[in-house]
Ligand binder design. Structure first.
Ligand SMILES: *[C@@H]1O[C@H](CO)[C@@H](O)[C@H](O)[C@H]1NC(C)=O
Ligand SMILES: *[C@@H]1O[C@H](CO)[C@@H](O)[C@H](O)[C@H]1NC(C)=O
Ligand SMILES: *[C@@H]1O[C@H](CO)[C@@H](O)[C@H](O)[C@H]1NC(C)=O
Ligand SMILES: *[C@@H]1O[C@H](CO)[C@@H](O)[C@H](O)[C@H]1NC(C)=O
Ligand SMILES: *[C@@H]1O[C@H](CO)[C@@H](O)[C@H](O)[C@H]1NC(C)=O
Ligand SMILES: *[C@@H]1O[C@H](CO)[C@@H](O)[C@H](O)[C@H]1NC(C)=O
Ligand SMILES: *[C@@H]1O[C@H](CO)[C@@H](O)[C@H](O)[C@H]1NC(C)=O
Ligand SMILES: *[C@@H]1O[C@H](CO)[C@@H](O)[C@H](O)[C@H]1NC(C)=O
Ligand SMILES: *[C@@H]1O[C@H](CO)[C@@H](O)[C@H](O)[C@H]1NC(C)=O
Ligand SMILES: *[C@@H]1O[C@H](CO)[C@@H](O)[C@H](O)[C@H]1NC(C)=O
Ligand SMILES: *[C@@H]1O[C@H](CO)[C@@H](O)[C@H](O)[C@H]1NC(C)=O
Ligand SMILES: *[C@@H]1O[C@H](CO)[C@@H](O)[C@H](O)[C@H]1NC(C)=O
Length: 415
């Protein structure tokens, strides 16, 4: 109801049956071509001071919001910028950047006008306040639409912005949102995500259903001269235990890395190689491989995880540089098709599926002969054992038949 009053104050019709959330479409064009398009609902919770207390104003981004063509731009410098203005002197800005494969919201700007007494009654200041957040966590594969129907909250200064029902694309090749979508993590873990009306408290996280087997991703690193120096193919599932925003609640979460939302970086060295996988800027997983040049054996010696998921009370960080996994020999690759669990710290383990890596001695852009993990060798033994058992059974039946035949033959003769 408070929300509806705020809306009424902004002279927007709010139908009880339809709820107060409205979808707003904004577009930045240059000439005849569109470079940014967004369809979203947004609500703002802005804390401000009156002469005697601190209050929170709730505002919904109205559908009368317009693009400020003067400030918005398609960004000749590669950083397109969308500025939507609404009410008296309020604005929401989204600035984008890209690395060629992924694009993301580089920063979010919120401007609000405290002299607008219909929204900020009793404010003790008449300033126009501008706050910026560089940690927005919206990123997508280029030439796809970012989709997040679930509510996502971004903290910016003393305010928070909650987006829902969001579809957006920047660096657009055409004038319409691409039908191919990059789906945000919270839409993937919740089965249904109906648009919810904003509330003053953060909603409790939906219990997540376990994800299936992760998709196998291919990652590689190149030398300065452009040749591959590290090759990896693997499906990865993170098993993280963390403290959620709901007070005193511990959450166990399984998260599959989605290969086409994951970018790789790192470095190859003579005795140490590091592969860093980043998914949507909020999950960073690093692998450190070490080569012993005396024994010519290498292994996975370290795993680091940094995660800043929306439900976490504090960002999660785990680091163990004393591991001894994925052991193999220089000049060979390491392969394990079976699921392996790599324990890192008590609150974080990594499940690997269909794994094939070669961190050292890559001479062509293909894997060298593989050394397989024990589990794969055991699994290969099963068909051999079953085959041998079947062959044995056939042999026994045959012998029994021959003996039987000989006996009955002999019996026939005596009669
Ligand atoms: C935009 O489209 C119109 C008609 O479709 C065309 O005449 C005009 O030249 C175009 N402008 C640019 C900048 O491409
Ligand atoms: C409100 O006033 C308090 C105390 O004067 C100050 O610390 C705080 O920053 C103010 N908050 C805002 C949003 O201006
Ligand atoms: C705003 O939303 C209302 C109700 O949903 C609709 O009737 C109206 O046409 C919309 N206005 C604009 C400018 O889209
Ligand atoms: C802020 O709001 C006041 C009152 O509504 C208005 O007079 C003023 O022009 C607004 N400032 C800006 C920068 O729009
Ligand atoms: C927002 O990001 C863009 C692109 O990275 C940058 O050019 C701009 O300076 C940033 N703005 C602020 C206020 O940080
Ligand atoms: C995106 O699409 C445009 C036009 O279809 C194409 O020229 C461009 O190469 C694509 N970019 C990527 C990274 O696939
Ligand atoms: C990601 O990969 C899957 C399977 O390869 C594909 O179906 C999906 O369209 C891809 N998504 C994007 C955003 O490229
Ligand atoms: C590329 O550089 C690596 C070492 O930096 C070297 O071993 C390799 O031979 C070079 N490959 C080519 C094609 O130059
Ligand atoms: C995740 O970790 C917890 C505790 O560390 C463990 O009980 C659970 O079996 C693990 N789940 C999977 C699927 O690995
Ligand atoms: C959380 O746990 C601590 C210590 O166990 C307790 O003092 C505190 O009241 C709890 N908070 C809530 C909100 O349950
Ligand atoms: C390398 O391997 C040799 C022989 O197995 C061993 O003696 C040595 O301790 C290893 N070095 C390191 C740094 O682990
Ligand atoms: C992990 O721990 C090692 C050794 O303590 C340290 O050198 C490294 O910087 C740490 N990495 C991160 C990402 O914290």
């Amino acid at each position: 109801m408070k929300l509806c009053q705020a809306l009424a104050a902004l002279s927007i019709v709010c139908f009880a049956g339809l709820g107060c959330i409205q979808a707003v479409t904004l577009e930045v064009r240059e000439g005849n071509s569109t470079c940014i398009k967004t369809e979203l609902s947004a609500t703002f919770a802005i804390t401000y001071n009156t002469s005697s207390s601190t209050r929170t104003a709730q505002i919904t981004l109205p559908n009368s919001t317009t693009v400020d063509t003067g400030s918005s731009s398609c960004g000749a410098d590669g950083s397109p910028w969308l500025v939507g203005v609404f009410g008296s002197g309020h604005a929401l800005g989204l600035s984008f950047s890209t690395n060629g494969n992924l694009y993301n919201v580089a920063n979010l700007t919120l401007q609000y006008n405290l002299s607008d007494t219909s929204v900020f009654p009793g404010a003790n200041s008449s300033d126009v306040v501008t706050v910026v957040s560089a940690s927005v966590g919206i990123s997508a594969v280029i030439n796809t639409t970012y989709r997040c129907l679930s509510p996502v909250t971004v903290e910016v200064g003393g305010a928070s912005v909650t987006f829902s029902d969001m579809r957006l694309e920047a660096y657009m090749p055409g004038n319409d949102l691409n039908p191919a979508e990059s789906i945000c993590a919270s839409d993937q873990t919740t089965t249904t995500a109906p648009p919810t009306t904003a509330s003053t408290t953060t909603t409790a996280p939906v219990p997540t259903t376990p994800p299936g087997t992760p998709e196998q991703g291919s990652y590689s690193l190149k030398n300065s001269n452009g040749t591959d120096c590290l090759l990896a193919q693997m499906g990865l599932q993170l098993n993280v235990t963390y403290l959620s925003k709901s007070p005193n609640k511990t959450v166990h979460e399984l998260l599959n890395l989605t290969p086409n939302l994951t970018s790789s970086s790192g470095s190859c060295g003579a005795s140490s190689a590091t592969l860093v996988l980043t998914q949507e800027r909020i999950t960073t997983l690093s692998f450190i491989f070490t080569l012993n040049s005396t024994s010519n054996k290498y292994h996975l010696s370290g795993i680091t995880l940094l995660a800043n998921w929306s439900d976490m009370a504090v960002p999660f960080s785990a680091n163990n540089t004393n591991l001894n996994y994925l052991r193999s020999t220089l000049g060979r690759s390491y392969m394990c098709n079976a699921e392996q669990t790599l324990a890192v710290v008590p609150t974080f383990s990594l499940n690997t599926f269909r794994l094939h890596v070669q961190p050292f001695g890559v001479t062509t852009d293909q894997f060298a002969t593989a050394e397989e993990c024990q589990m794969d060798q055991d699994q290969m033994l099963i068909p051999i054992i079953v085959g041998a058992a079947l062959a044995g059974l056939v042999l026994i039946v045959l012998i029994a038949y021959l003996i039987g035949r000989k006996r009955s033959h002999a019996g026939y003769q005596t009669i």
